[in-house]
Design a protein around this ligand. Structure first.
Ligand SMILES: [Zn+2]
Length: 98
């Protein structure tokens, strides 16, 4: 047993659960770290950006340019098709068969 738990993780999980009611037109947008340098630091994963934004009420910027404060579990939402297409371009290059 350790006496120094990860307080940041504990705080996020304890204080700020996902909101359960999802607006019907919500989409899960894909966060682009370099567009969110008010939160993002090198080495930080996009999930951490979303968690910190949710915890602190800060807006994040998606690949498609959408700005919002993450409040919902993205797994419960349909993915924004514009974000998805842009992400595929960034990851897959010219490969259309990914
Ligand atoms: Zn989007």
């Amino acid at each position: 047993m350790t006496t120094t738990p990860d307080t940041l993780t504990v705080a996020i999980e304890d204080l700020n659960p996902y909101e359960q009611e999802v607006p019907p037109n919500s989409r899960a947008h894909i966060i682009n770290p370099p567009m969110n340098t008010h939160i993002w630091e090198p080495g930080m994963e996009t999930q951490e950006i979303a968690d910190i934004a949710r915890l602190t009420g800060q807006e994040v910027v998606a690949l498609c340019g959408h700005r919002w404060v993450p409040k919902h579990d993205p797994a419960a939402l349909d993915v924004c098709e514009t974000c998805l297409a842009l992400a595929h371009q960034m990851i897959g290059g010219t490969d259309d068969h990914a």
